[in-house]
Write a protein that binds this ligand. Structure first.
Ligand SMILES: *[C@@H]1O[C@H](CO)[C@@H](O)[C@H](O)[C@H]1NC(C)=O
Ligand SMILES: *[C@@H]1O[C@H](CO)[C@@H](O)[C@H](O)[C@H]1NC(C)=O
Length: 355
């Protein structure tokens, strides 16, 4: 399996090379510039958003000079933590020891949201913090940030990728605890995950024993390695929760292209470069990160910022769609089905308020 994975990743990279050679001539951090500046990187690396505004280099082969693959032996329960934020402690979250010691301010009658970051990121990064702040500004919810940074921070992408199953399995413990022991209604749980965190959310939700999780939002779910036939767990899919909505912003490169949810949103057609992503940063990293920025904004801005339903997937790239409108992001209604186009801007506010 490992071998076929590397083959796939090589294929993926070949595509990426072609794309970058064409598309990044006048960007500040082109792949070629980076390779010239840092000859030790070798060729099999990708640039990835770090969950803030920067770009990090990750490897698809073991990093040059490294003799062992870091992080293979560590225990998931030591590397995954949950921190609860509520309106009583918006900024100083309560970090659980394990997954059972919930503080008094956890109120099971309120909506509960879990936010999970992706590769090279952490629970302290803008991805999680901005989404958490948005929720707490607008609603009196329990917001858990799931942090798996000791694993996600491995610069060799294949390790965190292969560990998504195990991380998801551990993550399911807290979901089962809330549901089975505390009587939380699984339909009141909403898992939000960016990049690899989207697949992890799916893997966790499908291990829920009683009932099904209400909603999973996948923010540009990671593509490299998540060919459905390739990993044992497959990828986030519509069986994982009652409603799965996806925002695609780097389709075909760092994010999934296929509609894999009940409702799939393709801002500006879904692919890179997203508006505003073509000048200062590498196209893919910026575009991949745009998904969570759009979602975070949707937690605070008031609708309507509507996406339009397309009759079929082919129409999504061009945006010539005329189906029924639904809001994208947090306010997406659970009955939304199909593929949607939405136009966004290149800077905050990204979402365009329709009149
Ligand atoms: C949340 O509200 C605070 C205080 O009103 C504000 O400073 C902050 O920008 C808001 N955050 C988000 C993400 O809306
Ligand atoms: C969902 O589960 C059903 C029944 O097990 C299966 O037939 C279907 O292929 C699954 N769908 C996806 C998207 O995996």
């Amino acid at each position: 399996m490992y071998h076929s994975l590397l083959t796939l990743i090589t294929l993926f990279l070949t595509g990426l090379h072609c794309f970058l050679d064409k598309g990044s001539v006048d960007t500040k951090y082109s792949r070629k510039d980076v390779m010239k500046m840092y000859p030790n990187l070798g060729k099999n690396f990708i640039m990835f958003p770090d969950g803030e505004s920067g770009v990090k280099i990750g490897y698809l082969d073991p990093p040059p000079g490294s003799t062992k693959i870091l992080g293979m032996g560590s225990k998931v329960e030591d590397d995954v933590t949950f921190t609860l934020y509520t309106r009583d402690n918006r900024n100083d979250g309560f970090q659980l020891k394990g997954y059972k010691d919930l503080p008094k301010n956890f109120d099971k009658t309120k909506k509960t949201v879990f936010v999970t970051h992706g590769w090279m990121s952490s629970g302290k990064a803008d991805t999680c913090i901005t989404i958490k702040d948005g929720y707490l500004n607008k609603s009196d919810a329990n917001v858990f940030i799931m942090d798996w940074s000791p694993i996600a921070g491995n610069i060799f992408y294949v390790i965190p990728m292969l560990k998504t199953k195990e991380v998801g399995q551990y993550y399911s413990n807290i979901l089962n605890y809330l549901i089975n022991d505390l009587g939380v209604d699984p339909r009141d749980l909403h898992l939000v995950g960016h990049s690899l965190g989207a697949h992890i959310s799916g893997f966790a939700a499908r291990r829920v024993i009683r009932g099904r999780i209400g909603r999973i939002t996948g923010l540009d779910p990671a593509l490299p390695g998540f060919d459905p036939s390739l990993t044992l767990e497959g990828r986030l899919n519509t069986n994982d929760s009652l409603f799965v909505d996806i925002i695609h912003t780097c389709a075909g490169f760092l994010g999934e292209t296929d509609p894999i949810g009940h409702a799939d949103f393709y801002p500006n057609g879904g692919g890179p470069p997203q508006p505003g992503c073509s000048i200062l940063e590498i196209l893919e990293a910026c575009s991949h990160g745009r998904s969570w920025k759009l979602f975070a904004e949707s937690t605070t801005l008031s609708p309507p910022y509507m996406a339009t339903k397309c009759q079929n997937f082919g129409m999504v790239q061009h945006g010539d769609c005329d189906g029924k409108d639904v809001p994208m992001g947090e306010p997406t209604p659970k009955h939304a089905r199909g593929v949607y186009y939405i136009k966004t801007t290149g800077e905050k506010p990204f979402l365009i308020l329709n009149t």
